[in-house]
Design a protein around this ligand. Sequence first.
Ligand code: FMN
Length: 340
Amino acid sequence: MSTPLLNSRWPIVAAPMAGGPSTVALARTVASAGGFPFIAGGYKTPNTLAAEINEIRTFTVEFGVNLFVPSKDPVNEAAFVAYAGELKTEAEQYGLELDLSPVTDDDWWDEKLALLTENPVPVVSLTFGLPHPDDIAALQKAGSRVLASVTTPDEARLAREAGVDGLVVQGPDAGGHSATFDPSRALAAVDTATLVRQVLETVQLPVIAAGGIDGPDAVRRMLDAGAQAVAVGTLLLRTDEAGTSLTHKQALADPAFTETVLTRVFTGRPARALRNGFIDRHHRTDLSAYPAVHHLTRALRQAAGEAGDTDRLHLWAGTGWRNATTGSAAAVIRHLTDRI
Ligand SMILES: Cc1cc2nc3c(=O)[nH]c(=O)nc-3n(C[C@H](O)[C@H](O)[C@H](O)COP(=O)(O)O)c2cc1C
């Protein structure tokens, strides 16, 4: 039996959701309901992240911080330039001129690493690949348990070799960005419970299952597959405490949306979203340039969000989106424990 990764009453994790949904208020409610809360460190400045960590410490000792591992992938320049040209008419709708030079960034990796080694938190989870093993060791030396998000048994093996304490096994049904180490890869359809079993046949590390959780039966299936805990994102998106934009919250309840799809059109990295016009107009398979495409489309997505334009916004959602409810996140956590 592997050692427990998370010290929470229930094996239910509020998955980190950057870009607004994961708030300190959500963390507070999840912690009070006996779940395990996460701060989403991605996109935030180190100062904002530090402030959130200080705030969360006022009400819980057990929580995690999630970081984006900087991308090392080369930008497919030809595809990027062709795509940028294609987006001109979309941007004109909002009187915007897009910056056509590919912009990259490392999401303040060194600064966030320094923050977390000087001011250690119980759990650090990583997504979008693996950092240098020395960085993982530094976080562990400071006292954190370090988790890598993985999407295949091969990635799980690499994560173990890099020295992590546990894994977030994310299936392709998950809402938002895939954690895949290779964003140019076409993600094979696989149920999360099956993926958890495949990973556990390959590596012996504690596992948190994520992706497509649509209720207590799914939680039971993940635990039966061998996961220590289950992470939910989409089911929390409409809750009172989530910082999801109003446009996004309304779209999740709108019957006009009939399916979710995996797409790279918004950021250059595969992500699951409600299928809308922007995805259909720009679908292409050669586009793999994160974070350059994220920067390219950012102003357009921001304008779409403010205008309530669900046709152009990235409406991240996992396959369980129809079961995302309004009300307190505490009720969602309680409901998910029904079959534990
Ligand atoms: C809006 C949104 C934002 C997300 N942001 C992050 C993130 O910052 N870091 C991360 O590791 N995963 C992120 N994810 C993925 C979740 O952590 C988790 O793997 C996923 O939500 C689980 O699948 P589900 O949405 O079907 O429950 C995000 C997911 C959503 C829906």
